[in-house]
Design a protein around this ligand. Structure first.
Ligand SMILES: Nc1ncnc2c1ncn2[C@@H]1O[C@H](COP(=O)(O)OP(=O)(O)O)[C@@H](O)[C@H]1O
Ligand SMILES: [Mg+2]
Length: 261
């Protein structure tokens, strides 16, 4: 039996009187690319914020590899290999693609300033190792030709690839992707999908991805979890989700539709 890398039990988040996430329980199996879909406002991003330590929960618990990580801050989770990307990419616009990757915290030895003064050789060696790693990442993502470009000049899709690249600078185990495909053109979406699949197969990343594009979900994800009103409405294969009466109704009820491409 596959282990659960993530287990959420009765998780809730209230904003004033509004329950954005409400008694939500779900499990994500190790090694999967699990999709999360649901109408706008169904609590998907809030759920990610709770898991990744960007928001404090109102109740319930989150287990990561059977360890309680409820309300653990994001920087601690980061060092445990639980990473997330944001619905809006968070690049440093005035730094190059390579520099953006090199900014990701990770294995740099702690007291950087002291080391710079006392052990310049060590710092230089670390810098060059980090740079080498960053070069590997741009190669992996087919962004080598843009490595010296300012991140602010990248297209929306290229910024999403860079977001994914940031997760590759550390040894990630679980990566939460929030609408990484939104606003990305068809060609780049394909690259993005290929990169996600490769990271899953070759590096053993487990992914949990919020996405609207049902083609993209269908190609990458199994299973898919459907959220409605802050909790899980359905879990299973994408094809079954598309046919499920309650799923269809939850989309219709919100005036949005289950997109097929
Ligand atoms: N910081 C916040 N303050 C108040 N309400 C919020 C906040 N974040 C989200 N919400 C509300 O919580 C609900 C769920 O939002 P969200 O998690 O962003 O949904 P989704 O990502 O599924 O579209 C929505 O009604 C939204 O307006
Ligand atoms: Mg959202």
């Amino acid at each position: 039996m596959q282990d659960n890398i993530l287990e959420i039990k009765n998780l809730s988040k209230y904003f004033g009187g509004l329950a954005a996430v409400s008694n939500c329980s779900l499990k994500v199996k190790q090694g999967t690319i699990t999709g999360i879909i649901g109408p706008n406002g169904s609590g998907k991003t809030t759920l990610f914020n709770l898991i990744a330590g960007n928001l404090k929960s109102s109740g319930g618990s989150v287990l990561f590899n059977n360890q309680d990580i409820t309300d653990v801050p994001s920087y601690e989770l980061f060092s445990k290999g639980l990473l997330r990307t944001f619905q809006i990419a968070h690049e440093f616009t005035n730094l190059s693609v390579l520099e953006n990757l090199m900014m990701v915290p990770g294995n740099q030895s702690g007291e950087k300033l002291m080391n710079a003064l006392l052990k310049p050789g060590l710092v230089a060696k670390e810098e060059s190792q980090i740079k080498e790693k960053a070069m590997e990442v741009v190669d992996f993502l087919n962004l080598s030709h843009l490595k010296n470009e300012l991140a602010g000049n990248l297209s929306g899709g290229q910024k999403k690839l860079l977001e994914l690249g940031r997760t590759m600078m550390v040894d990630a185990k679980l990566v939460l992707l929030d609408e990484v495909g939104a606003g990305v053109n068809r060609t780049l979406l394909k690259d993005l999908g290929t990169a996600i699949e490769k990271l899953n197969k070759e590096k053993g990343y487990t992914f949990c991805m919020i996405e609207h594009d049902m083609d993209f979900i269908g190609r990458l994800c199994d299973p898919v979890i459907v959220m409605a009103e802050g909790s899980v409405l359905f879990e299973g294969p994408v094809e079954d989700a598309k046919k499920d009466e309650r799923v269809i109704e939850s989309y219709l009820g919100r005036g949005s539709k289950l997109k097929d491409n």
